[in-house]
Design a protein. Sequence first.
Length: 205
Amino acid sequence: MHKHWILYGKCLSPYVRRVAVSLNFLNLAYDRVVISAIQDEQVREKLNPVGRVPALKLGEGDVLIDSHAILDYVDEHVGDLDRLLPRAGLARKTALRRLALATGAIDRAMTANAERRRPDFDAQRLTRLIRQCKQGFIYLENELENRELFDTDRGLQQVDITTVVGLSFINHIFPETLRYDEFPGLNNLAMQCEERDCFKSAEID
Ligand SMILES: N[C@@H](CCC(=O)N[C@@H](CS)C(=O)NCC(=O)O)C(=O)O
């Protein structure tokens, strides 16, 4: 039924990559069309009037936009046994907070990346954005201590996927920001995850 799904975007984008990894992990078939978030503006705007990826074209021709909405749809599609974000209750509340911290930290890194590219970039703003990005990950690192979360034996959850995709992305564009000595738990989790097929088939491109 989902045979003709098409995911648009590059896995360099952590928003695209978390969707790609989730689809791979759930064994949902899709094709990926690599379009750039910098060039390919016309293609992006045709799929999504606000011009951003990821976009997921469904078999019927509907296009879902924004990774949050796409992943919510995918969770509903696979049903309660397989969904990656808890459906309700305390587990959902906790997961939503962690996810918001992970995506919020990624957003900070994105803004920092744009800031440093400006010819007259504001060094103070850059420092603040990177600090806030790290603070999000410090929170997630500390959560590892009371772990039933990040227990990869019971299968991945969306929090795990998004956190690892975020860590790998940030260390890719700002090397050494989330170093092993400061973030041992998250780096160990990332190493385990990046070895899995669902991550390997969605390598940063
Ligand atoms: N909240 C959105 C963010 C998507 C986003 O910012 N995508 C970037 C790529 S990383 C993009 O398409 N940028 C193109 C642009 O802003 O023109 C999501 O979760 O999907």
